[in-house]
Design a binder for this molecule. Structure first.
Ligand code: ADP
Ligand code: ZN
Length: 218
């Protein structure tokens, strides 16, 4: 399957993406994970974007498109991909449309994760992430804590609160989302690709809604 997962930070895109990869071998491509790995590795790119990411600002469209143009042409994408956190601006969506045309790739749909601001705020402040850049497993201190407090179930690395998950950075990210990313809902509605899902329930319910829609279409 070839999907875009759209929605505010904390809406559960990453969790659902991980469930979807188990279905047919499609790969999850999270631009946030790619960028955080660059910061953790201290690459020139990582150094350039570190402070910007920490404050919850977006990195430039050109930079993201450069990364994604390469990523989408890697062999593991042939089976399918789940774009998580990309595109995030109208210029990125337009550039992606051109890129997919050039690569002769057709999207199945764009899933929009709907969630109230209150719930988002609560989820983000209680979210914890594995500090291992190659793992980045996601936990929640209330709903999905690691078996041993502060230790990743999968790789035993420390589980931490992300730098951009302070209350201040979170409200900035939500503002950025409303201003820059929410307009993509209308963009993909026009393209006839949008599926709205209620992201308040368990990830499995969202997964089922996506599966049903895909089955209908095929
Ligand atoms: P979220 O939990 O907000 O969905 P992500 O892991 O997707 O977080 O992204 C974290 C940060 O990485 C963003 O706040 C932004 O700085 C940067 N980023 C990720 N994807 C993009 C993108 N497509 N365009 C610009 N910046 C991005
Ligand atoms: Zn881990």
């Amino acid at each position: 399957m070839k999907l875009i997962l759209l929605g505010a930070p904390g809406a559960g895109k990453g969790t659902v993406a991980k469930l979807l990869t188990g279905l047919d071998g499609s790969v999850q491509i999270s631009t946030g994970d790619i960028l955080r790995a660059a910061v953790a590795a201290g690459t020139p790119l990582g150094k350039q974007i570190e402070s910007l990411m920490k404050s919850g600002d977006l990195v430039s469209d050109d930079l993201i498109m450069g990364i994604m143009e390469q990523r989408l042409q890697q062999a593991d994408c042939e089976q399918g991909f789940l774009l998580d956190g990309f595109p995030r601006t109208i210029p990125q969506a337009e550039a992606l449309k051109k890129l997919l045309e050039k690569l002769d790739i057709k999207l199945d749909m764009v899933v929009n994760f709907n969630l109230e601001r209150e719930v988002i705020l609560d989820r983000l402040t209680t979210r914890r992430t594995c500090s291992n850049a190659d793992c980045q497993a996601i936990y929640n201190v209330k709903s999905n804590p690691p078996k041993q407090e502060g230790v990743c179930d999968k790789c035993n690395s420390p589980v931490i609160q992300r730098d951009d998950e302070t209350t201040e950075a979170i409200s900035h990210r939500l503002e950025t989302y409303n201003e820059k990313t929410a307009p993509l809902i209308g963009f993909y509605e026009n393209e006839g690709l949008l599926l709205n899902v209620d992201a308040a329930g368990p990830s499995e319910v969202v997964l089922t809604a996506i599966k049903e829609k895909l089955a209908e279409a095929s």
